[in-house]
Ligand binder design. Structure first.
Ligand SMILES: Cc1ncc(C[n+]2csc(CCOP(=O)(O)OP(=O)(O)O)c2C)c(N)n1
Length: 320
């Protein structure tokens, strides 16, 4: 069954962001303990992913990248099966053969995770063309980073999507960093959304650390793509507060920049807004956090109990 994704309640969005954070913190802790392979996290970017996915409809399709936890979890993926996948276990969504970097969950419409930077951009063009030719209603949401937007494939993809009028919502999570290099060193101009106009596409930048702002911008953008059948480029302005991958001591990061962005943490902001407005009493916020942590403890136990695939399964379900 497709998930119901038109969530309106900020407490639900907060719960999803907490789930993403707890899930990735479990991966970090597990990698330190040598139990889970280190991977790329999206700590600090939770509002950008959760806000956009909350605005998608059940039959929309998602293509994502190496920082996909928020996209998968907000879409309704089970954290136990995700952790099992990351840990290479048989009960993972791809039977433990994709790891975190290639995961796909067809039943949730998450078509693929690409670890080839920008790979999802060209593939989204094909998926959207197929949706259009088959007359299917779902639009395609394609998540990528600011580094990917500096590659040729970004320009080729936007050009074709505009020429062929394809229903793609491009979401650039501009987290300021491209692996170990700041975007200032590789990128001309401040905003990726400015690159939409030359291709005849509309674009916008939104505060990616404010989950309500992201949701509202994504609802408008997705609705525009749905009704016009044309692409849209939404840039979520955010920050990757952990390293490029685990472990990474982030010695290359300016501490003042890091501190300034930590002060804008999307989860703390949403929780504060809910508490200040009286919509979420502090004790209920604490109970919510406890429930999320318990869910992740159970998910880890599930993943840990799942066996590795047998040796004779090594060449099944894979290409080449
Ligand atoms: C084509 C290609 N080039 C380089 C890499 C190595 N690499 C992996 S992630 C990454 C940084 C990508 O930056 P960005 O698109 O901004 O995404 P972010 O990691 O910031 O989320 C790089 C260079 C790769 N996987 N694929």
């Amino acid at each position: 069954m497709k998930p119901k994704s038109q969530i309106v309640d900020e407490t639900t969005l907060l719960e999803q962001m907490l789930l993403v954070r707890a899930y990735e913190e479990a991966i970090v802790a597990g990698s330190v303990a040598g139990k889970v392979p280190g991977t790329c996290t999206s700590v600090g970017q939770e509002a950008a992913g959760v806000g956009v996915v909350s605005a998608l409809a059940g039959d929309d399709l998602i293509l994502t990248n190496h920082r996909s936890a928020a996209h998968l979890l907000a879409r309704g993926a089970d954290p136990g099966r995700l952790l099992a996948e990351v840990m290479g276990r048989r009960d993972g969504y791809c039977k433990g053969k994709s790891g975190s970097l290639h995961i796909s969950v067809r039943e949730l419409g998450v078509m693929l995770t690409s670890t080839i930077v920008g790979g999802e951009l060209s593939l989204a063009t094909g998926v959207a063309l197929s949706q259009k030719m088959l007359g299917r209603p779902g639009i395609v949401a394609c998540f990528f980073g600011d580094g990917a937007a500096c590659e040729g494939v970004f320009h080729e993809s936007l050009n074709l999507a505009s020429v062929w009028q394809l229903p793609i919502l491009y979401i650039c999570e501009n987290n300021q960093w491209q692996a170990f290099v700041h975007r200032r060193e590789t990128m001309k101009g401040e905003h990726i959304s400015e690159r939409a106009a030359p291709y005849g596409i509309d674009g916008a930048t939104v505060d990616g650390n404010d989950v309500l702002a992201v949701r509202s911008a994504a609802l408008a953008a997705a609705e525009g793509v749905r009704s016009s059948g044309r692409p849209f480029l939404l840039e979520t302005w955010t920050y990757r507060s952990r390293g490029h991958f685990e472990p990474d001591d982030q010695a290359y990061v300016d501490p003042a920049e890091h501190a300034a962005w930590l002060a804008r943490d999307p989860i703390a902001r949403s929780r504060q807004r809910l508490v200040d407005s009286g919509r979420l009493p502090p004790e209920e916020a604490a109970a919510l956090e406890r429930r999320v942590r318990e869910r992740i403890v159970a998910a880890l136990a599930f993943a840990d109990a799942s066996p590795f695939p047998a040796l004779d399964e090594m060449t099944t379900d894979v290409y080449a």
